[in-house]
Design a protein around this ligand. Sequence first.
Ligand code: 3PG
Ligand code: CO
Length: 555
Amino acid sequence: LMSWKLKEHPKLPKGKIVAVVVLDGWGEAPPGPYNCISAAHTPNMDSLKQRAPNRWRLLKAHGTAVGLPTDDDVGNSEVGHNALGAGRIFAQGAKLVDIALVSGKIYEGKGFKYIQQCFDTGTLHLIGLLSDGGVHSRLDQLLIFLKGASERGAKRIRVHILTDGRDVLDGTSIGFVQTLENELSELREKGVDAKIASGGGRMYVTMDRYENDWSVVKRGWDAHVLGEAPYKFTSALEAVKKMREDTNTDDQHLPPFVVVDEEGKSVGPIMDGDAVVTFNFRADRMIMIAKALEYDDFDKFERIRFPKIHYAGMLQYDGELKLPKHYLVSPPEIDRTSGEYLVHNGIRTFACSETVKFGHVTFFWNGNRSGYFNSEMEEYEEIPSDIGITFNVQPKMKAIEIAKKARDAILSRKFDQVRINLPNGDMVGHTGDIEATIVGCEAVDDAVKIVLDAIEEVAGIYVVTADHGNAEEMVKRSKKGEPLLDKNGNVQIQTSHTLQPVPITIGGSGLAPGVKFHGNLPTAGLANVASTLMNLHGFEAPSDYEPTLIEVVEE
Ligand code: 3PG
Ligand code: CO
């Protein structure tokens, strides 16, 4: 029988307040004009690096180190925070879907059987992010699934596409739509009535997260389900091309559109008796649309029509809410996370970020589980994000407010662990605005100082790390490492995450003097952090956790 009780650490004391600061999208890369972190004035982060060389190191934050299919996969916040919180590497959604598609098991499960019941008389709808970014979804998986579903009886298929430009270069949506159109036309040659029916930019249509802005999901609902949108086109390719030009928006922010027939009627609203699959494997940005599609009781916006459908997620997105009930691939079973252990061992936790990253240090940290393990031991505080803006216009975001909440939580001495996520490197980095990203990184540095000062006041310990790279590399490079130019001779701005490692540093006057990073884990990654934190709270980690980063040398 498993026990939640952790062994006492032989050398490290209990009772220290530990601040855990996750800098979102803050990787390490050589300095240069496209490295917003090196270009920013960050005296605090710089001094953390310089003053304690054996308490500063790099960690892997991408690819197989965080459970992604290959080392060509950039890191992301879901897998990054999962690894940080769970202390082990789990094969993640991207990989589990690959495996299920290759083996064909995806078509044998209960989820597929459930949607298949609609194939004779209804339409199969697929809703999701259209790119090869590999963060939320992958185009190649969609194409394989389209083929597989049609071979297993789907006769009428409608795809509802969300254009990316955030996990991939802006402008690439045109190519992805073309690739999808080619596949759909092949299906049509085989007698399947297959079309793109609606879409829009991922940041403006459907893919909101953490209940930041329900109007985003409503726009998607209107387009995908009701077949209504301000923009109507007879083809999706035309839609994306025209809207980019006419509305001067990037792929991420395209307005909603529907594809219409010659009479101007939407080609694919979602009707009673249809099957619907949300094909993203990543959870955060599918949960809201999943609630709208699944819940009988729903008051977030007026649905107008609530069709009786068979709905399945590519994965189950929330294990606690069991949402959605039906899914094609079982999600990773991220059990026994450090958060759950710590509440069982008397550690009181405070976690905070602003809305757009709130679930990162709670839901993702806890293994895609919503809510508290024990509400008496934990307090999670969300600072409302500004809505309806792109963060390059407010690059400081709520970094200082988040840090001040952490400061207050530390100084209250009511908590043993105070955990925050500072969003700027990532959220501003995703806009591709270099000047603004630099400002954002400077705000992060100021915020770090606020937390470190509070930790000094209580003689505590700090751990500053990051979940993946973004702001340190804002340009697309050739294999040789040179910035790539587009056809107009401008550098190609990279809005996405990176393959870079991230820093981790520990310190504070509460840290036992002999603690340092030991030298024998050169390839350690984010999953090694949970054991380290348990040690800093005075415990040994469970034996199946990835090993700790620290050792205690006698002075
Ligand atoms: C997003 O969802 O905003 C991006 O695709 C990934 O960013 P995150 O992994 O940093 O949240
Ligand atoms: Co990001």
